[in-house]
Design a protein around this ligand. Structure first.
Ligand SMILES: [Zn+2]
Length: 81
């Protein structure tokens, strides 16, 4: 079990931090007893964002396929005139 290096407490919490002179917020994994920062991670969960982006990309690809199909049908109708 991981212990805090400062107070030996077992237990963590996440806190939003804004490092001085930094452009981005970050999330700090802190000891839930003394508040020491034990590690940091991205402010936004990058993996979850990528997953969301992949779902959106898939929807856009599907919509483009549908649009191509309809445009093809319109072109066929126009050729028959
Ligand atoms: Zn601690």
């Amino acid at each position: 079990m991981a212990k805090c290096g400062h107070c030996n407490h077992v237990g963590t919490k996440l806190e939003e931090i804004s490092p001085a002179h930094g452009k981005f917020k970050m999330m700090a994994v802190c000891c839930s007893a003394c508040g020491s920062i034990l590690g940091t991670t991205d402010y936004l969960n990058t993996g979850a964002l990528l997953k969301e982006a992949e779902v959106e990309r898939s929807k856009i690809k599907s919509a483009i396929t549908d649009i191509r199909h309809v445009v093809g049908q319109i072109a066929d109708i126009l050729k028959r005139r």
